[in-house]
Design a protein around this ligand. Sequence first.
Ligand SMILES: *Cc1c(COP(=O)(O)O)cnc(C)c1O
Length: 968
Amino acid sequence: MTQNTSLRSLEHHDAFIERHIGPNDGEIAQMLRVVGHDSLEAMTDAIVPGSIRSTDPLALPEAVSEVEALAKIRDIADRNLVFRSFIGQGYAGTHTPNVILRNILENPAWYTAYTPYQAEISQGRMEALINFQTMCADLTGMEIANASLLDEGTAAAEAMTLAKRSAKSKSNVFFVSNGVHPQTIEVLRTRAEPIGIELVFGDEAEAATTEAFGVLLQYPDTFGRIGGDYQAISDAVHARQGLVCVAVDLLALTLVAAPGEWGADIVVGNTQRFGVPFGFGGPHAAFMACRDAYKRSMPGRLIGVSVDVEGNNAYRLTLQTREQHIRREKATSNICTAQVLLAVMASMYAVYHGPEGLVRIARRTHRLAAILAGALRGAGVAVGESFFDTLHVTGIDAAELHQRAHHAHINLRAIDNTSVGIALDETTTRGDIAALAGLFGVEITDIDALDDATADALPSGLLRTSRFLTHPVFNTHHSEHELLRYMRSLADKDLAMDRTMIPLGSCTMKLNATAEMIPITWPEFANIHPLAPAEQAQGYKELIDGLEAMLAEVTGYDNVSLQPNSGAQGEYAGLLAIRAYHRARGEAQRDICLIPESAHGTNPASAQLCGMKVVVTKCDKDGNVDVEDIRAQAGKYSDRLAAIMMTYPSTHGVFEEDVVEICDIVHQHGGQVYTDGANMNALVGLAKPGKWGSDVSHLNLHKTFCIPHGGGGPGVGPCAVRSHLAPYLPRAFNDGMATAGVGDGAMVSAATFGSASILPISWMYITLMGRQGLRKASQVAMLNANYVARKLAPHYPTLYTGRNDLVAHECILDLRPLEKETGVSAEDVAKRLIDFGFHAPTLSFPVAGTLMVEPTESESMHELDRFINAMIEIRQEIRAIADGKLDREDNPLKHAPHTAAQVSATEWKHAYPRELAAFPLAVLRQQKYWPPVARVDNVYGDKNVFCSCVPINEFAGDIEAFSEPMVS
Ligand SMILES: *Cc1c(COP(=O)(O)O)cnc(C)c1O
């Protein structure tokens, strides 16, 4: 038996590691030569400072194959019990249309896309998002809606702060109805306290008489009731200069009057029941809709309609495009990653069903609720009068009823000893109604007879009369072929990782392997209600405990909370823990947060949300944080120092030598060290922040740990802490599921485990890679970055390097000297890359006029070379401009990207040839990505804000032009 046919070597090639890491060992050797090192180990020694290096290997299992990992997680999934769930409380059962399940949720063209900052290659997903905005605005009766928020609880908190910013009332009180969902109330408590807002609770009607800058109602309320005098409440609140916020159920709004019609100013809600399963709490897309007057103050992302240079309609992110980066601690919110993929799903659900289909679903759900109520009432059970889909059953022995329900594999909502909630949804069947009635000893023999005998239970004065979803997009794609092709046509407009590397610095766009994605749609993970009894979620408990332990091992911290559902939420949770720690020690005056000027914009925004004052510290010419400035500021604010927030390796892509010293300085002055772990992809298996002196970090599972970016969400931002901060980690909503990683602190998300249903992705990644694979991934991530930097060095200088002239896992290419010389900007290069079929690197962050490239370990040498060649070719074009061979104004960079329509038009107006515009490299003739629009006008879109579906008559000219035959 020769060595390379032994069983062991044959099996080795099944290893997932080789699939996840792009370059093979031969290529790694070649690339190492370019970088100037003999081995990955030698290169690692040259890059990572000895003072922080871990000496021991990660205490994690060895790598396993895809088959083995899937078998393991199958076992875990099988420990979850899927009961019929009628718990409600903001979460409803839903059928994900199969065509959407497979072609959106399971389709890498959608889930591997990035946030649409590069408008020209994101038109498809922005159209889906503008459909989402239109859907939310139409159903709520508001003028404008955003492109998703993290969950209903945080959306309500954002509504509260928007109301505070916008209301004329000088009151400091926010009134919250007792009918608001309890988990929303918990998130509001967390968010209100640090910024000095006082919450006052009361019955809905008291909203009218309470002096407050804003009020929050739930419509229908958490017990299913609907039918207050909302108009009168709104009028009274407005008379006091306050604003009316309403949390809604979008499906109910197809039948009852839209809040916009009775005076609401800000409307929030969850779109979960539009085709996105429970997932044990998330991810789902929440939203905010409001009056036009508040659009410039609205949090989250907003898609707007602008024009391209040809004057055609084109979508782009509007207004607060990169709000946190520009406004920093003055940003209106810290929301960066939101819930784009889930928003796309929900919008497609509305496209699939259309307004009539939605009404049918709502009416059927309501009829079932009315029938059940009729049957129970007939047997003397009290169920409430006015409702949409949820019954509040009172005067019963709840414990006994829950027990009977349990035997029937049914979950009801636990409210108190004498009442339960029963929420119905589109998945409810006739059989369910009979089974539910049976729990009360009521036998339903003829459901249709009961149907005839039972009236609706909607409040007659509040029936919806206005139309909604009238735009053709919601009224055309109702056959499966039509919808399939519509979704395909949108995906085809976009560049995602299924077509090209996305070398975005700070974003870690690495492989999202199929095997990692497969478990998330298993019913045992997807169909568990977040408030299901603990014994039904044992699989989740094992998954969560296991993942927390893995992440603690990787980071060197003691405890981890998986509750934050984005990186910025992780920052917020970590800073709240620091704040609570200081308070517990009687040092509530500690409110200064030092943040280096190179920090990601969410850092100062999160600090501000915690009521901290941000003090910006300098960076030196080499891109390092300035230790002397930190020392000086820490000394100056010694009594008030709460924390430093630093990113490591730095946002400038280098490992600073002084990080241990910085931790010491901050600790000497009584502060805590927050390390932003978004750059963990350079550290896993090599160094642990929890061991070099840092106190708390968040990770981005949607970066380092392979959760796909989804076009701008979902995400998971675990908060990891050393043990002294553990008591202040986010806490569980229901005590039943409290685990080691959950403390007594705040609730930063509506669900205990945030975006629980996507945790299998990161669990699979770590399990597949094992201790060796994870370490190698970090090393190859650094090799790939240094390879790109070296190969491009003769053409574009790398702005900052660390030890031995090497970068960490990303490099910043400095375009500023070229711009001075030739007028070509970093943005021109970014747009020209589209003509080569590439997504641009990160543009002008953290340094204006630069491109930050992070290739990740998953890109093969072939793909890196393709990118390098494109960049070199672009450099030649810039040289040609400098040499006068291309015109300074009329050149392919300034007019990039080029559309097929421009290149094939009868008239060609440019000084350079069409071939150069379209096919700057010969290989592009065989495979070419054509952007659907030319360069998008950023200024126009912000001046003329328009954020819903474009009326069809505005396209009419185009359509006629399109359908006019060229040859007749
Ligand atoms: C991505 C990132 C964040 C924010 O993460 P979100 O999930 O988008 O909220 C914070 N800090 C750094 C350095 C990042 O790169």
